[in-house]
Design a protein around this ligand. Structure first.
Ligand SMILES: [Zn+2]
Ligand SMILES: [Zn+2]
Length: 347
């Protein structure tokens, strides 16, 4: 094995501020595994880090080796590691949990009080090799395509969101057709939603992906969604609204589209506080609102494996592939909004 590796670092606290560096290959500690990364994908989080927006300025301390979505092969294990072997085909849960806080002990490790996120708070995986705590390793089925292995972190967000509500046989509205929104549409289609409506304000490219994964009706741009959804649901409204935009206007619209007694699930992150009419849109409508973050560890991952076994097709969402050396081109495609998931191959 080589002593050094090529890795992508956020080097400077400014927009862009990213460069390739040749650095030592990490040495695994007793409870870590070393992985040869085969493919990685760019997350919305990585775009925030690249763009150096308000969130990144508060959270990130350059220099940082970033990235957290990948599939790869174990090449070395720490002395305490028993459950993973050299040669295993793995991905990882990016939420590094402590295992001993109240939330962890209550089986809610995804909201650990001492959470560290891979490639945000610790060294990430935009590199030829990555060191990961064994507790965060997920073994993939050997026949899982490497692109599918790489995108399980955002796909898991979508699985977690979709299964927080009662979807089979129900009418669903998906707000926002970014990668996680269209993953959610594909899952809703697979598990038998009655009708899937999807909205996308900005990018026609993404609205088209929603159509390809099985949304029944996609509303692009500033169009009247309300009358169409009401008409298609016999004036009742949607049973479930899944929110992926982080836009106050979308939430208010979603609450209006929801039938009385319906459920709204929120995954989108809001950049500021906003007001909404809770009395009429939530209390008197008997609406349930559920926030979602991360993935249930490991419930969501097993369900994801089950959905792959059932034939979940996410190919339309994986729109671009590049070589690792083409990181900057890949990042530009991701930043343009004219993409689904962008996957980089290491070899
Ligand atoms: Zn991600
Ligand atoms: Zn914890």
């Amino acid at each position: 094995m080589k002593d050094t590796m090529l890795a992508v670092f956020k080097t400077n606290p400014e927009p862009g501020g990213t460069e390739f560096r040749e650095v030592p290959v990490p040495v695994p500690g007793p409870d870590d595994v070393l992985i040869k990364v085969k493919a990685c994908s760019i997350c919305g989080t990585d775009v925030h880090i690249f763009n150096w927006d308000a969130w990144a300025q508060k959270r990130i301390n350059p220099p940082l080796l970033y990235g957290h979505e990948f599939g790869g092969e174990v090449v070395e294990i720490g002395s305490n590691v028993k459950t993973v072997q050299v040669g295993d085909y793995v991905s990882a849960e990016s939420h590094i949990f402590c295992g001993s806080c109240y939330n962890c002990r209550m089986q809610q490790r995804h909201i650990c009080s001492n959470l560290n996120i891979l490639g945000v708070d610790t060294s990430g995986i935009f590199a030829e090799y990555a060191r990961i705590p064994v507790q965060n390793i997920w073994k993939n089925d050997p026949d899982l395509p490497i692109e599918y292995a790489s995108v399980q972190d955002p796909l898991g967000n979508a699985v977690h969101t979709v299964f927080a509500a009662d979807i089979p046989g129900r009418n669903v509205v998906i707000l926002g057709c970014g990668p996680i929104g269209v993953f959610a549409a594909a899952i809703c289609e697979k598990i038998g939603a009655a009708q899937i409506f999807a909205t996308e304000a900005k990018y026609k490219y993404r609205a088209d992906i929603a159509e390809r994964v099985g949304a029944d009706k996609v509303f692009f741009g500033d169009v009247d969604v309300h009358s169409d959804v009401m008409e298609a649901t016999d004036g009742v409204g949607a049973d479930v609204v899944l929110e992926f935009t982080g836009s106050p206007a979308a939430v208010n619209q979603g609450l209006k589209l929801l039938r009385p007694g319906g459920t709204m699930v929120l995954l989108g992150v809001f950049s500021k506080e906003f007001t909404t009419d809770l009395t009429d849109n939530v209390v008197f409508k008997y609406v349930t609102i559920q926030g979602i973050t991360g993935r249930l560890i490991w419930d969501t991952w097993y369900r994801m494996r089950g959905l792959f076994k059932a034939g979940l097709n996410i190919n339309p969402v994986i729109t671009h592939t590049f070589k690792f050396e083409e990181f900057f081109e890949a990042m530009e495609v991701m930043r343009s909004g004219n993409s689904g998931k962008v996957v980089l191959y290491m070899e």
